[in-house]
Design a protein around this ligand. Sequence first.
Ligand SMILES: *Cc1c(COP(=O)(O)O)cnc(C)c1O
Length: 400
Amino acid sequence: MKLNKNFNNLKENYLFAEVAKRVDNYKEQFPSADIISLGIGDVTLPLSSKAIDACKEAATDMSTKAGFHGYGPYDGYPFLKNAIVDYYKLRGVEIHADEVFVTDGAKNGIGNFLDLFDEDNTVLIPDPVYPAYVDANVLSGHKILYVDATRENGFLAMPPKRTKADIIYICSPNNPTGAAYNAEQLKAWVDYALENQAVIFYDAAYEAYIEGKGVVRSIYEITGARDCAVEFCSFSKMAGFTGVRCGWTVIPMSLPLNRMWLHRQAIKFNGTSYIVQRMAERMLRGGYEDSKRMVASYKNNAKIVMKKFDALGIEYTGGVNAPYIWFYCGIDSWEFFDYLLKKARIVCTPGCGFGKNGNGWVRLTSFNSMERTEEAMRRFETFWKEFLDVRDKLFAKLDK
Ligand SMILES: *Cc1c(COP(=O)(O)O)cnc(C)c1O
């Protein structure tokens, strides 16, 4: 047998594994330290009681002869697909139920979708971005090109002038920078994709956090997107389903990818569980207000961070349309990570883990309680003032 040689091209340390390792080392040295995690992007609030009601009802269904469900449809139950169609209608986007595919999460959806593409494809990925895109494409043996997201373009990469690509990744609102595209900017990407006969993989995992005017929640709000874009979405950050596992993919009927994906799912997937789909449905229908409250609570934490950063004069993006605040620390991101952990017992995520343009930057999440976020910001204020005093003495300066 021959192993997938692309495994050798993966980078040794997965970002969050390295973060966990450093935190574990610290805990070994200081077992009683009160550490606040604003690091990994996982939700912290418990599930809505509405989701639990749906879970219990669905479990009861399964215990009766009439309500028992075995294997479900590969593309998801109509009750959930229709709820998703109605969810898009809320903001005036018309999609058809046949264009919706229920998955067990957006990460799986995005990664597995590469099954439909030949190895001979050039992929365009913004830098910095969610690390799974790069790694999945390394495994598939695709040629990867990067498009720069920097402070100069507000961390919103725009289409390159001369470079051609076949597959384009867009994550908006962005993980890790929190930056979100407006309609005009996304139109430029759609035009670029159509011109290059490329496909856009649009990751909308954080669309529920959008509140800014003119910011787009679905790529299908943009003219032409139905001819070039696939959208991935998730109940994880919207309804706290990171441990429940449910997401969806929208693939317009006009793309041959729609029927190919159904075929692929039939081969390798036997559906998301009936109980989970009932829970997801509830969060779009009777439990939708709870989902909005959850998002609002995380966004309130982001405001606490933003307020403190404004007062301290820290340069940052995000926080408004996303549960992430991305700020400039001016030194090597890993050195900052260690120093922040040591001095303030706060865990962050080093920006360089999301791409080379992330060095010198740091991601904080608002996935914590209000009390802990407030405590973190009290510590951060003291920390930052001391840090500025010693920054030039203790750390090498980055080229600005
Ligand atoms: C969290 C996250 C996902 C993962 O979603 P799941 O549905 O839990 O797999 C996808 N994309 C981005 C950008 C994320 O941050």
